[in-house]
Design a protein around this ligand. Structure first.
Ligand code: GPV
Length: 822
C-alpha cells in the first residue's frame, strides 16, 4: 500500500463530499448522507488503483477471464472496500471524531442482492479471490433494477417486498456508455449468396442497447482492482417526432418496453428452471453484450481472431450463460468471417462450463419454438452444432440410436442447455468431489465416457476476508494475535491454530469470543423478532434457501419431536437449545412457503409455552441475506447441513460456519464429505443415508414411509400434529399438504422423496450426541477450535488457484502505485 489517507485527510474528504453532494455541513448530515460521503471518499482512492490495474493489464497484454453469471450476490461493499484498501482504522476514527459510528454508516448501504443463494454468492467469492490473487478477470452479469426480494414475515407467512437497491444512487458503480452494444431479438434470417458464400442477414428484429456499469472489485491490500461489469438496457429508439411521422410509434413503444422489462428483476428461483421467455432474453442480453465487448477488446491489440483463446476465457456459471457458445460462433462466423471448423475450434478452446446441480428440475430445456422465435440466427447455429454432434455420436456408437436420444442437444422439441454447454466447452467441472463423481457416473455418464478429458472437479470455497475478517472481527483479531495474519491471504496457515488445541486458556478465549458473538446475534434477534434467546443455549442454525431437498422440514419436525418429549416424558431432559432458521422461498414455491409458515407456527407455540422452561426456542430470522449472514455465522455452535445425500452439489454455508468454529451436523453430501475428511469424523455429527443408498432407492424403489409411520409412535405423533391443529389451531388442515407429501405417493409415484422419515431417527440420534458433547465444555471448545483450524482447504483462493492451474491458465499481475499518488 503506497497510497494512504490519514485520519484527518479522511475527515476532510468526508466533510467536503457532504458539502458538494448535499450543500450541508457535517452536523446537518444524516447517516445516509454520511454513507454516501464516505463511499465517495473511498471510491476516490479506488479509482487510482483501478486505472493502474487496467494500465498494467494493457501493458502486459494479459489473458483475461470473463466469469459469466446471471448472479453475483456481492453484498455490501463499503466495509470490505475499507478493509481492502487498508484504511479501517483511519476511517473508523475519522468518523468517530465527526460523531458517527462506522457500523451504523455501513448499515446504510443497500445490500446489493443480484443473486439468489449459493451460486451467486460463489461468484462473488470468486471475484474477491481473483482480485486478491492478482488475476485479470471481469465478472459479467446483469444490473437488475430489483435484486432478490426482501422478505417480510407477516402472521408467519413470507411476504415478498421489492428490493429497490438503486433508489438512491449506488456510489460504487460507474456507468461506461462508451462500451454500449446493440443486442437483437426476434425477426427472421434471410440468406443471401455473396461471392459464392452464404451470408445470413438478421432482419425485422427488435433491439436494445446494452450499457455497462462497472463495480470495482478490490484485492486485499494489493492495489488490484478488477471489475464486475453489469449490463443495463436502454431503448435504442427514442420518441422523436420523426418516428411518429413515419408511423413507427408501435416499434418505438415495443423497444422501450423491451429495454425496461429485460433488466427489471432477478428471477427468484434457486435450483429451479421455470422456462420464462423473459429469462431467456436476459440470458442472451448479457451474454451477447459481454462477448461483443470481449472480442472488441481483444481486437484492439490482436488481429488473429483464431488465437482468441490465448487471451480470453469464458467461464459459464451453470447453464444460464450457455448461449455464449452459439453467440460466440455467430460473431466468429457472421462478423469475423471464419468458416465453421475454425470458428468451432476457437469456441471450444475459449468456453468452459461449471455444473452446480443434479436436480432435474433445475435443468434448463428451452422449447425450440420459443428459442428459435426469440433468437432465430442463434437457433440456426444450435441446429448445426447439434447436427454435427449427432454425427459424431453415430460415429462413436454406430447403430446405437439410444445414445443419440440420450445425448442430442435438440431432442423432444427442446434445447438441452447442459448438453450444449458440455459440447461447446473444453472443460466441464462439478463443485465438490462427490458431486463431480455423481456427474461422471450417473447424470452425465454418456458424456464422460465420450469425452472424459473435459471432466474435472473444483471443490467450492469461500472468502475468509468477508466471512472471518469482516464478519467476525473479534475472532479475526484473536487468530492474528495467536498465529499472525498470514491466514488472510493464505488460509492454509490457519492450521497453526492446531498448536492451541490442548491449550485450555486459548480454547476458553475462543469460546468467550463465540459467546460474545452469540450475544450480538441475540441482540439482533431481540431487535428484529422481539424474541429473547439465551446466549448460553446451544445456537443450532440452518440458514440457506428454502428448498425441499435441503430439508428444513426435517429440522422443524425434529424440533416438534423434542418438544413432545419435553412435554410427555418426565425422564427426558436436554441442554437448552435455540433453533435458528433463515431462508427465502421462491415466490411461486408453495410448499417451501408453507414450510416457513410451519416453522413460525411451531415457534409461536413453543416460545410461548412456559412449561418447558425455555429449553427450546425457535427463531425464524426475517430476510436472510449477506449482511445478516455475517452476524449469524459468527454466532453458531451447530451448523445444520442436512440435505438428502446426493442432492446438494457442494454447499458453501457449511464452510462459512466451519470457518467460524461451528460444528457440522450433516449428511454425507456435497462438500460436507470433504469437511469431515478435514476435521475427522469424530469432530462432526454425521447421520443419514449415503448418496449411494439414496440413488439406489430412487432407482429400485423399496422405501415406504408408511412403514415407519406405522411402527414409530413418536414420528407418528409429530406427523399427526401436522393435521390436528396442534400448531395451527386457527386452521387445523393448514399443513395437510406437508403431511400428505411425507406419506402418500406424488405424481411420480413416490412418497417422501427426500427421505425425511427414513433419516429421522438417525438425525435425532445425532442431535442426542450433540446434546451430550456440548455438556463437556472443554471437549466442545477443542472441537470448535478444530473446525476453524481445519478449514484451510475451503478458501476460494484455493479454488481459484485450481481453476487457474487446470482451466484458465492466467498469469498473476502485480500493480504498483506511485508513492503518495493522489
Ligand atoms: I443450479 N446452486 C444455486 O445456488 N442455485 C442454482 O440455481 C444452482 C445451484 C448452488 C448449489 O445448490 C450448491 O450446492 C452449491 O454450493 C452452489 O450452487 C455453488 O456451487
Amino acid at each position: 500500500m503506497n497510497k494512504r489517507l490519514s485520519k484527518s485527510e479522511f475527515k476532510a474528504a468526508i466533510e467536503s463530499n457532504i458539502k458538494t453532494l448535499y450543500r450541508k455541513t457535517i452536523d446537518e448530515a444524516t447517516v445516509d448522507q454520511v454513507f454516501q460521503a464516505v463511499s465517495y471518499a473511498v471510491k476516490d482512492i479506488i479509482i487510482d488503483e483501478w486505472i493502474a490495474t487496467h494500465d498494467e493489464y494493457e501493458k502486459q497484454d494479459v489473458k483475461v477471464l470473463y466469469y459469466m453469471s446471471m448472479e453475483f450476490l456481492i453484498g455490501r461493499t463499503l466495509g470490505n472496500n475499507i478493509i481492502n484498501i487498508g484504511a479501517i482504522k483511519e476511517v473508523r476514527e475519522a468518523l468517530s471524531e465527526l460523531g458517527f459510528d462506522l457500523n451504523a454508516v455501513e448499515d446504510k448501504e443497500p445490500d446489493p442482492a443480484l443473486g439468489n443463494g449459493g451460486l451467486g454468492r460463489l461468484a462473488a467469492c470468486f471475484l474477491d479471490s481473483l482480485a486478491t490473487l492478482g488475476y485479470p478477470a471481469y465478472g459479467c452479469g446483469i444490473r437488475y433494477r430489483y435484486g432478490m426480494f426482501k422478505q417480510k414475515i407477516e402472521k408467519g407467512y413470507q411476504v415478498e417486498v421489492p428490493d429497490e437497491w438503486l433508489k438512491n444512487p449506488y456510489p460504487f458503480e460507474m456507468k461506461r456508455p462508451e462500451y454500449a452494444y446493440e443486442v437483437k431479438f426476434g425477426g427472421n434470417v434471410r440468406v443471401e449468396k455473396k461471392d459464392g458464400k452464404d451470408v445470413f442477414i438478421h432482419e425485422n428484429y427488435n433491439s436494445v442497447r446494452a450499457v455497462p456499469y462497472d463495480l470495482p472489485i478490490l484485492g486485499y491490500k494489493n492495489n488490484v482492482v478488477n471489475s464486475l461489469r453489469i449490463w443495463d438496457a436502454e431503448a435504442i429508439t427514442n420518441f422523436s417526432l420523426e418516428h411518429f411521422d413515419r408511423g413507427e410509434y408501435q416499434m418505438a413503444v415495443e423497444q422501450e418496453n423491451l429495454a425496461r422489462t429485460i433488466v427489471e428483476v432477478l428471477y427468484p428461483n434457486d435450483n429451479h428452471y421455470a422456462g420464462k421467455e423473459l429469462r431467456l432474453k436476459q440470458q442472451y442480453f448479457f451474454i451477447s453484450a459481454s462477448i461483443q465487448r470481449a472480442i472488441a477488446r481483444y481486437k484492439e491489440k490482436h488481429n488473429d481472431i483464431k488465437k482468441l483463446h490465448e487471451k480470453v476465457v469464458f467461464q459459464m456459471n451453470d447453464t444460464h450463460p450457455t448461449v455464449a457458445v452459439p453467440e460466440l460462433m455467430r460473431i466468429l462466423l457472421d462478423e469475423e468471417g471464419l468458416n465453421w471448423d475454425d470458428a468451432w475450434a476457437v469456441t471450444t478452446k475459449t468456453c468452459a462450463y461449471t455444473n452446480h446441480t443434479i436436480m432435474s428440475e433445475a435443468l434448463e430445456k428451452w422449447p425450440i419454438d420459443l428459442f428459435s422465435r426469440l433468437l432465430p440466427r442463434i437457433y440456426q447455429i444450435v441446429e448445426e452444432i447439434n447436427r454435427r454432434f449427432v454425427e459424431s455420436i453415430k460415429k462413436a456408437y454406430p447403430g446405437n440410436e439410444e445414445k443419440v436420444a440420450d445425448m442430442a442437444i435438440l431432442y423432444n422439441n427442446q434445447v438441452r442447455m447442459a448438453y450444449m454447454a458440455i459440447v461447446g466447452s473444453f472443460s466441464v467441472n462439478g463443485v465438490a468431489r462427490l458431486h463431480t463423481e455423481i456427474l461422471k457416473k450417473q447424470e452425465l455418464k454418456d458424456f464422460y465416457l465420450m469425452m472424459p478429458e473435459k471432466f474435472n472437479n473444483k471443490t467450492n470455497g469461500i472468502t475468509q476476508r468477508r466471512f472471518l475478517l469482516h464478519a467476525n472481527e473479534l475472532l479475526a483479531d484473536w487468530v492474528s494475535k495467536k498465529i499472525g495474519s498470514d491466514w488472510i491471504c493464505n488460509l492454509s496457515a490457519i492450521s497453526k491454530l492446531k498448536d492451541y488445541l490442548d491449550d485450555e486458556k486459548a480454547a476458553m478465549e475462543f469460546m468467550d469470543i463465540k459467546h460474545r458473538n452469540k450475544v450480538r446475534l441475540a441482540a439482533y434477534i431481540k431487535e428484529h423478532n422481539n424474541i429473547e434467546v439465551d446466549p448460553d443455549s446451544i445456537f443450532d442454525i440452518q440458514v440457506k434457501r428454502l428448498h425441499e431437498y435441503k430439508r428444513q422440514l426435517l429440522n422443524i419436525l425434529h424440533v416438534m419431536y423434542l418438544y413432545n418429549k419435553l412435554k410427555d416424558d418426565d425422564g427426558f431432559d436436554m441442554y437448552p437449545r435455540t433453533f435458528i432458521f433463515g431462508a427465502k422461498a421462491a415466490a411461486g414455491y408453495r410448499r417451501a412457503k408453507l414450510t416457513i409458515k410451519l416453522i413460525n407456527s411451531v415457534a409461536d407455540v413453543i416460545n410461548n409455552d412456559s412449561s418447558i422452561n425455555g429449553k427450546i426456542k425457535v427463531v425464524f430470522i426475517e430476510d436472510y441475506k449477506v449482511s445478516n449472514a455475517e452476524i449469524i455465522f459468527a454466532a453458531a455452535d451447530v451448523s445444520e447441513q442436512i440435505s438428502t445425500a446426493s442432492k446438494e452439489a457442494s454447499g458453501t454455508g457449511n464452510m462459512k460456519f466451519m470457518l467460524n468454529g461451528a460444528i457440522t451436523l450433516g449428511t454425507m453430501d456435497g462438500a460436507n464429505v470433504e469437511i469431515v475428511e478435514e476435521v475427522g469424523k469424530d469432530n462432526a455429527f454425521i447421520f443419514g443415508l449415503s448418496s449411494d443408498e439414496v440413488i439406489k432407492y430412487e432407482k429400485d424403489g423399496g422405501y415406504d414411509p408408511l412403514e415407519i409411520f406405522n411402527k414409530d409412535s413418536e414420528i407418528r405423533k409429530v406427523l399427526m400434529q401436522l393435521t390436528n391443529g396442534y400448531f395451527s389451531a386457527e386452521n387445523p388442515g393448514m399443513f395437510k399438504e406437508i403431511y400428505d407429501s411425507l406419506l402418500y405417493p406424488d405424481e411420480g409415484g413416490r412418497a417422501d422423496i427426500y427421505f425425511i422419515l427414513k433419516d429421522f431417527n438417525s438425525y435425532a440420534q445425532a442431535h442426542e450426541r450433540i446434546d451430550k458433547a456440548y455438556q463437556n465444555k472443554k471437549a466442545w471448545a477443542r472441537m470448535a477450535l478444530l473446525q476453524t483450524a481445519s478449514c484451510g482447504k475451503f478458501s476460494s483462493d484455493r479454488t481459484i488457484e485450481e481453476y487457474v492451474r487446470d482451466i484458465w491458465h492466467l498469469k498473476k499481475v502485480e500493480v504498483k502505485m506511485p508513492k503518495n499518488s493522489k
